[in-house]
Design a protein around this ligand. Structure first.
Ligand code: GLV
Ligand code: MG
Length: 324
């Protein structure tokens, strides 16, 4: 390991993150009853400009008066380029700071954006005498944000997670997409003719680079990488496929823009029983190997070594966290 120690963000379950528009309080109860690990009440893109002030009031009331159980509660504020943002932070943190766990910052572009909100939140927390420190989740969803993702990830002690905002990212990079989080079939490779003259098509994942880059920046700074929205909520197979790709790359969770996606995210982002069983067998085999003075052994015909211990421990730890 490097001499540089990576401080880990507070351990929270973040398999599913349910988005709920702040302007639609009739949806809050269902969100509170859902199995979502994190709920974010939205003041940004799901709320029309004329509804922003009322949405703020709805959110403050709901945070203070509703029973959200053990859920992690977040509020997505408006971007730093709008005049709504300061009022979002001041009103929500002053009036419901006790129940608020995280602030979600959209379209973050530079480390200075994070600094500005950190300063504001710090002043409010100090003035209100809050004991709990509110964390930050950042949506990486612009070309500028992706360019500066490493600096953003390291910009505040409050940082907890990075989220890939595929919809705005597509708009910002002018990527050619179909629906939110979907993949364009034009992103494919047509091989040169094979021996029999036929040609094969390889489908590619147009989001791979962005997601992988964000995962690295998050993990190098002890943060949770989380995949963003999948817009077609009548396509569970498409959602599951996108979630699996994100999980394989190292993401801990995915957004749900509809309650029906919460279960899918929890399912994909939880280690399966078989995976946990195998991880425990690896740990047992490595403990036996260590007792016999060996560093690497074979299990089921495959090499395992100290790196396998670290991978197995991550899985076992996650299973324990889920079991609560
Ligand atoms: C989320 O905010 C997105 O733009 O995908
Ligand atoms: Mg967005």
């Amino acid at each position: 390991m490097s001499f540089h120690v990576i401080e880990q963000a507070p351990a929270r379950l973040n398999r599913s993150e349910l988005a709920v528009p702040g302007s639609q309080p009739q949806l809050f109860e269902k969100a509170a009853q859902s199995d979502a690990d994190v709920v974010f009440l939205d003041l940004e893109d799901a709320v029309a400009p004329d509804d922003k002030a009322q949405a703020r009031k709805n959110i403050i009331k709901a945070l203070n008066e509703m029973d959200w159980g053990k859920k992690t509660m977040s509020v997505r504020i408006n971007g730093l380029d709008t005049h709504y943002m300061y009022r979002d932070v001041v009103d929500v943190v002053e009036q419901s700071g006790g129940r608020l766990d995280l602030i979600m910052i959209p379209k973050v572009g530079t480390a200075a954006d994070v600094y500005a909100i950190d300063m504001l939140v710090t002043q409010i927390e100090d003035a209100m005498g809050y004991k709990k420190r509110i964390g930050f989740e950042h949506i990486i969803e612009t070309a500028l944000g992706m360019q500066n993702v490493t600096e953003i990830a390291g910009a505040s002690k409050r940082n907890e997670s990075l989220h890939f905002g595929v919809a705005d990212y597509a708009a910002s990079t002018r990527a050619r997409t179909t629906n939110i989080g979907g993949v364009n079939p034009d992103y494919s490779v047509l091989t040169d003719p094979l021996e029999d003259g036929s040609r094969a098509v390889h489908w590619g994942d147009m989001w791979h680079y962005a997601l992988a880059r964000m995962v690295v920046a998050a993990r190098a700074n002890g943060l949770r990488p989380v995949d963003g929205p999948f817009g077609d909520f009548s396509d569970p197979d498409g959602y599951r496929a996108a979630a699996k790709r994100a999980a394989v790359l190292g993401c801990e969770g995915k957004w749900a823009i509809h309650p029906s996606q919460v279960g899918l995210a929890n399912e994909v982002m939880s280690p399966s029983e078989a995976e946990v069983k195998r991880a425990n067998r690896i740990l047992e085999a490595m403990a036996e190997a260590a007792a016999a003075g060996k560093g690497a052994v074979s299990l089921d015909g495959r090499l395992i070594d100290y790196a396998s211990i670290r991978q197995a421990e991550v899985l076992v730890q996650k299973a324990k966290q889920i079991a609560g």
